[in-house]
Design a protein around this ligand. Structure first.
Ligand code: IFM
Length: 451
């Protein structure tokens, strides 16, 4: 059935990136080291020994990158600030040269009518703060608010939308439980403290914004709907645990003032009682929620898999990306409706959505054909539109990612960009998916019809 797709006026059409994944030159102009600078220089941590030292060299090429965004027709760009560029020790001394980079970037975006959305924390904690305990130290709420205030004072006159944290679940799960992301801990007992401090830091930054800022601030979470592998009560319980751990661990606290009960069931005595006085901070109201959606997970009871006692059952009949993530667009509609139903009707943005599929390391005759990514984008944009049709207040969509980039512990092995980067020459080539997305933007969505 062919349908009409006409997105609301003012809908933001964007692409997203993060500082450490694209900028390169992490120590330039007085910046301090971050945990990612340190982690990627630790032998054995990153595939192929890759680092973010050069990445896509956006630090020096931001101006032509913004020109490219303009040519593609983007109306918004989501990027993050590297905390240690502007506060090399994490607190205290401000590095004017680091701040000046973001100042120039914002001005360049505005000169092309591209609205910035700025994320304060996309995983690159100043190493100096990790040395003081990082996300395990309760003082981090104050450190983060101090940093946020510096950013607000410098840029809020031109930045209409701010994000406190990107994907706190990944910060905790990858950084402190599984150890595959910086700072590389594997310690179950740290999980509740990291989660709680992330939430307190989020609340402290929102409060700092209310004192300083004139626009909007929100939170970005990654959500992955969980589907039971069978109708058995065991799989149903496993699915609830997996859902609590990944999808409700951050949203229940900020919107309902409590952790999901399943967390203390899973973590036992490792999940402590936190001071009641923390809750007003955590529940500080904010303006919008960003959702990063990539995949769903079909979940099965697995008593040996601690702490969740649940495992994913791969759906081999469906396409999987290079990350081994199942492509399942219908779950995007479902998750948007679920957020509205469970947490109320606040404005939503899809702040990341995209796919790593194999692309060659170089373009041929100036072209990179990526039909699977075109298909992925089309189906997910259609799914997003279905949610709008069903009453979700969705205000924007950001493709992940603008550029092929440093995919954390995978290094440069996974390409998510709609723009290809040749990592030998750093040449940019818009892929077929970028041309397709441009058409969708130019037609306000109408190009999603057909096929
Ligand atoms: O590259 C990451 C990004 O930094 C956070 N969200 C998921 C992306 C793909 O793994």
């Amino acid at each position: 059935m062919s349908r009409d797709y006409r997105f609301p006026d003012g809908f933001l059409w964007g692409a997203a990136t993060s500082a450490h994944q694209i900028e390169g030159s992490p120590l330039a102009d007085g910046a301090g080291p971050s945990i990612w600078e340190r982690f990627s220089h630790t032998p054995g941590r990153i595939e192929n020994g890759d680092t973010g030292d050069i990445a896509t060299d956006h630090y020096h090429r931001f101006s032509s990158d913004v020109e490219l965004m303009h040519e593609l027709g983007l109306t918004s760009y989501r990027f993050s600030i590297a905390w240690a560029r502007i506060l090399p020790e994490g607190t205290g001394r401000v590095n004017a040269a680091g701040l000046a980079f973001y100042d120039r970037l914002v001005d360049k975006l505005l000169s092309k009518n591209i609205t910035p959305m700025v994320t304060l924390y996309h995983w690159d904690l100043p190493a100096a703060l990790d040395d003081r305990g990082g996300w395990l130290n309760r003082d981090i709420a104050d450190w983060f608010a101090e940093y946020a205030q510096v950013a607000f004072r410098a840029l809020d006159d031109r930045v209409p939308r701010w994000v406190t944290l990107n994907e706190p679940w990944v910060v905790m799960d990858g950084g402190y439980l599984n150890g595959v992301l910086a700072p590389g801990h594997q310690e179950l007992s740290e999980v509740p403290h990291v989660t709680h401090n992330l939430l307190r830091a989020h609340g402290a930054a929102v409060q700092a914004y209310r004192a300083e800022g004139k626009h909007e601030i929100g939170l970005v979470v990654n959500l992955e709907p969980k589907y039971p592998a069978s109708q058995s009560p065991e799989d149903a319980s496993a699915t609830r645990r997996a859902d609590a751990y990944m999808n409700r661990q951050y949203l229940d606290p900020v919107f309902r003032g409590e952790y999901p009960a399943e967390l203390s069931e899973m973590f036992g005595s490792a999940w402590p009682e936190f001071p009641a006085s923390d809750w007003p901070l955590i529940q500080t109201p904010f303006d919008f929620l960003g959702i990063n959606y990539y995949s769903r997970s079909v979940t099965q009871d697995a008593p040996g898999e601690l702490p969740l006692r649940a495992t994913r059952v791969k759906q081999s009949q469906h396409v999987h990306t290079e990350m081994d993530w199942e492509v399942f667009p219908a779950a995007l509609t479902r998750v948007l409706l679920w957020v509205k139903e469970r947490y109320g009707a606040l404005p939503l943005y899809i702040t990341e959505n995209g796919a790593a599929f194999f692309d060659p390391p170089f373009a041929t005759d100036g072209q990179v054909e990526d039909p699977l990514r075109v298909w992925y984008l089309r189906e997910h944009l259609r799914a997003a539109y279905d949610a709008i049709r069903q009453g979700v207040e969705l205000r924007g969509y950001y493709a992940w990612s603008l550029l092929d980039n440093f995919e954390w512990s995978y290094g440069y092995a996974k390409r998510f960009g709609i723009v290809h980067v040749n990592f030998d020459t750093l040449e940019r080539t818009p892929k077929a998916s970028a041309r397709f997305y441009s058409e969708v933007i130019r037609s306000h969505g109408a190009a999603l019809a057909g096929e």
